[in-house]
Design a protein around this ligand. Structure first.
Ligand code: ZN
Length: 267
């Protein structure tokens, strides 16, 4: 039979280990486990790692927000293996003079992509452009988007910003499939993998198909996300997040930055 102090010690170390184990370097909390239990202080995870709330949690959040600020703005268009016009030409979809004409059109409208120019001139169809883009990106083409999109927890504003929609989630391989209508935004896919802790696969679909799907989604999904506009520093983002976590009694926070967007998922 265990003595009462022994039982108490085991209870404290068991409970303290689960609730108070803190991943912060130089944390004083774990050494004062009994004191923290008596004051009712808890802990919250950041990307699955536990920290004392609020001090160590706040420090870890601030460190991660500082890091995301450094990583922001890195959104360059990758170089393709073969220009789209040349690819269409080699496939016999386009003649030499048609390609020259399309390139002249593009010079007159600098914001326009070459695929759109060829299409506007009536030389190629939308599915033909997407098929050529799919070759460039080494992605499959999705001919029709599902009527309902997968509700996977990626904020609508994030999806709209990168012109992509989740179309399927494979439970077995934990892979989220997302449809794009032009450029595949790999930094956005990496952000999704980081926050949702899953794999991602890209596929391509037509711009008109994607636009119609977005219109359906706007009617389908009730908004549970909060958006803060304007540039905010790491300090303010930390303060807002800590305040939400405290109010919601949340247990896990995940953060990813992509382009100008910082995505914070609070569970
Ligand atoms: Zn701590």
């Amino acid at each position: 039979m265990q003595s009462l102090p022994q039982q108490l010690r085991e209870f404290v170390s068991g409970w303290g280990g689960r609730v108070l184990q803190c991943n912060a370097e130089g944390c004083a909390g774990t050494r004062r486990a009994w004191q923290r239990i008596s004051t009712g202080a808890g802990s919250v995870c950041v990307h699955g790692l536990r920290y004392c709330f609020p001090q160590c949690f706040e420090r870890e959040l601030r460190r991660r927000f500082d890091h995301t600020q450094l990583a922001r703005g890195a959104r360059r268009r990758p170089a393709h293996r073969m220009p789209l016009g040349l690819l269409m030409l080699s496939r016999g979809r386009l003649t030499d003079s048609q390609l020259r004409h399309a390139l002249e059109e593009q010079k007159l409208h600098p914001g326009r992509r070459i695929g759109e120019c060829m299409q506007r001139l009536g030389y190629v169809s939308e599915p033909q452009v997407i098929a050529a883009l799919a070759t460039q990106w080494c992605c499959p083409v999705l001919k029709a988007l599902p009527q309902r999109i997968v509700e996977c927890g990626v904020p609508m504003s994030f999806l709209k910003n990168f012109h992509m929609l989740p179309v399927h989630f494979s439970v077995v391989s934990r892979t989220l499939h997302l449809a794009f209508a032009g450029d595949v935004e790999y930094p956005a896919l990496l952000a999704i993998e980081k926050v949702l802790d899953c794999k991602t696969e890209a596929c391509l679909t037509t711009p008109s198909g994607l636009q119609a799907a977005f219109q359906r989604v706007d009617k389908q999904i009730a908004c549970v996300e909060k958006e803060f506009e304007g540039a905010r520093g790491a300090k303010e983002m930390t303060r807002i997040t800590v305040s939400y976590v405290g109010r919601l009694g949340a247990d896990d926070v995940r953060i990813a930055a992509c382009g100008e967007i910082v995505w914070v998922k609070i569970d």
